[in-house]
Structure formats: C-alpha cells, structure tokens
Write a protein that binds this ligand. Sequence first.
Ligand code: ZN
Length: 512
Amino acid sequence: MRAVLLAVCAAALSARAQSVNAERLKADVAFLASEPLAGRQALERGSEVAAHFVAAEFRKAGLKPPVNGSFFQPFELIEYRMDGDATRLIVRIGSERRTLVHGRDFGGSFPARYSISAPAVFAGYGITAPEYGYDDYADLDVRGKIVVALEYEPRAHDPGSPFNGTGNTVHASPRRKLMNAQQRGAAALLLIPAPDRKRPFRPGRGARIQALAESELRIPLFTLTAEAAAALFAHCGRTPAEVQQELDRTLKPVRLPLRAEIEVRAAPTDVRRGLTYNVAGFLEGADPALKAETVIFCAHYDHLGQRDGKILPGADDNASGVAGLLELARMFGAGPPVRRSLLFLAFGAEEAGLLGSYYYTAHPLRPLATTRAVLNLDMIGRDEQPSEQTDGLVEIGSDHSNETSLVGIHASPDLAALIRRENAVVGLSLSEKWDRDGVLNVLWRCDHFPFLLRGIPAVWFFNGFTPDYHTPNDTPEKLNYAKMEKIVRLAYRAGRALADQPEWPRFGPRVR
Ligand SMILES: [Zn+2]
C-alpha cells in the first residue's frame, strides 16, 4: 500500500513539476508592469498595490500569513539626499589642512548627522577572512579611528586568486568591510578605489537615497576618488598602486604610517520617512522534525518608478521574478507536501540597496540558523544582450535563449551540485559567468546577498543584462516566457529537493 502510494505520489509530483503555467506568468508580469502601478517605487502607491497583489495571490495559493497573522512585514524607510555643503572630509597632516568636497572628492551617503575627528589608520583591503587565512586587521587596533582601506580583495583579476578567482567573494563587498570595521570599533570607513579598477570611480551628487530607518549600520562609509586617495597617501612616500601590489604579492597585512587626522562630517537633508513592506507567505513542512527548518524562495517586487516623466515598467526587473515566485507558491500550495517548511518572500525596496532583504535578515520570520537555502529570482525573463552595462567590461557572447546564470553559487558547491542535478531534467544552460565577475559587482546587487553574508547558501537566478535594463523599454512582450517556465520548473525541483532530502547544502566556498 505504502509503495503504491509512493508511486502514485511520484507520478503526481512529476506531473506537477511540469505544471508551470506560462499564461499565468504572462498575466502576472503584465499586471505588475502595467501603467497604473507606475514603476512600483518603494514609498509610492504602485509598490503598495503590488504588495497587496502578492499577498492576495499568496492567500489564494494556500500560504499562511507568518507575521502575527499578516502577510506584511512593514519596515520604515528614511528618504533623503546628502547636504553637499555640510558633508565634508577635512584632512589634517601636520600643519596642512585640506577639505574634501562631497560629490567631487568623495561619494557615499549616511542617513543621520555624524561628526567625528580621529586619526586615520590603513587596514589593507579591510578584510578578515579566516577561511582563506587572511586578515588585514591582525594586531591592528582601530577603536575610535577612521579606517582607510582599499576596495575589492587581493588578486581580484587573477583567475588563480584564492578569493574566487576573478569573481568577488562576500569579503569584497563594501557592506562586509563596513560591518568588519564597525565591529572593531572604528569611527568611519573610507574606501579608496582599487588602483587596478577597470572603470574610474566618480562620485554621484544630489541624488535622493533611501535607507532603512532602523539599520545595523552605525558608522558611515565614504569612497574617495583616486586623486583624493593619492593625495592622502603622498606623505607616506607610497602610492595606492604600490601598496596594493605588496598586498597582492604577500597576502599579508601591510602597515602604512598615515599621519592624517580626519574630520568626518555627514549631513542628510530633505528627509522624509515612510513605511514599506516585505510580503511573506508560509507553508509548514510535513515532517515533525524537519518542519522547524526552512527553505526560502524570494523575489523583489519594487522597481524604480519614473524617470524624466516616463514610467520604468520593470517587466524583467522584477515582475518576472515575482511572477515566478507566485507560480512556485501555487505549485507548492497545491501539494504534495514537503518535509521542511517553505517561506515565500517578496522583498520591498530592493532597488534602493537591498533594503527589504537586509531588514529581513535582521528581523527574520524563521530562525536563520535553520534556514537551509535561499533561491532568489530576479530578471529571469530575458535573453542577455550586450549593453552599456557590459560594453568593454564583460564578454557576453551570442545565443542566450536557453541560458540563465547562477550568482553566489561559488559559496556553496553543495547547492551548485543540487541545482545542476535537478537541471538534468529541465535542460537549461546554466552559466556561472556572473559569479566570476569582479567588475559590475553582480554578486552583491540582489537579495540573495544578505543571506550569503549570514553564511546561508543562497543563489540568484539571473539572466543577465540587456540594453533595456532600468529603462522605459523593459516591457512584458520582450520576455522569453518559454525560458521563464523552465527556470521556474528548475527552482521548483531544486526547492523540493532542498525541502525533502535528509542532508542540506553546506555553506563554504571552494578554497583554492
Ligand atoms: Zn532587480
């Protein structure tokens, strides 16, 4: 009886695994990218409508509301721009005093007034990576000081680098560097552009910025221009390039006798506050022991609103991923049950800097320690094309009609193997090229990233850029729905395996 039942279940399962409905994907993309939603910008009406739509679909799919009986996890945003006159870095070296101007000599933002004067201290790349036996902070006391560190990580353009070859690891991200400096008691972090950067760093100015009103970040991060960095290093008799070369050659800390005292002044202006939402739907696992553990599916529903009076519809970015997420909710909601619990998350305010997913990882609805894997969908609708984003920087190639990329997968070879195994049935062409990218920083540009920072295996299904990226031309009819259907099928199969199989994927990069 049991064996018969299992056979029936297996047959039903394979039938359901085939049952992604491309018409539903099309309908959901069309709604989310429609003119009345006006580009779904966080804090605007369109993004609220999108959030309510997602919640309604979660309910129809049979998911439970996990936030005290609600599908909504609210969080407060602070929207502002930097006051260009009041935001300054004043560098004193001996009797010399130089004022660096925001938007000209340095860039970055901080949502609160901040003012401190402290000695500068150089901390290499600002990285502590025990798994690679690397620590720029070894025997370095930075309490109360302004940490100056290089962007990126050692040997960034060397395919043989221990830090994921030419790709980035989490350690290259400004976020990880800032958290590392903050945990060590630093007063601020000043990044200097990697001298071997492929594009010069140019600070933006005047832009409106959104940030979490309640954030784990308590100290500011600013990035100097190459010129300002060279001037700061000059009295040490070494250029940033020479220092970088020594770091890359030795993989050991380099100390620099910086004698600068730096005054950091940050001032936001034009501040407004408002609530936005993550939307969460829960499906409890059927196994009495394993249901305490969680597998997450996610996709951000917000986009960029309007630019120059034109709506940015965001059909690929990211109506496509939300449509996929909703279809997954329907497929799992229709059964058969899985052993671990599933959490479906539609994140808000991703475009403003992954704010919804950072908020979620700071306020998880399910324990992070038993969150076993994260499957994130963003821009799963298009066939990649060369674009302004990639020209002269990343080789794109020609036929991508059956291809998607796995981003962040280097951090969990177990998860990579599981997805490739399930893909044997689905037959997509799976690329890892965006995991080898160290130029466009794709690794930390989507909602899987806050989970990687917490040591949770997480992958982003990403089809790559097109010339329509972040323009009014990101419209629904350009999507390859047949390929989307396959990506959703793959996510379904991978999610089911992650929820059902006894072992879970370990977190841990390939260390060379
Ligand atoms: Zn996106």
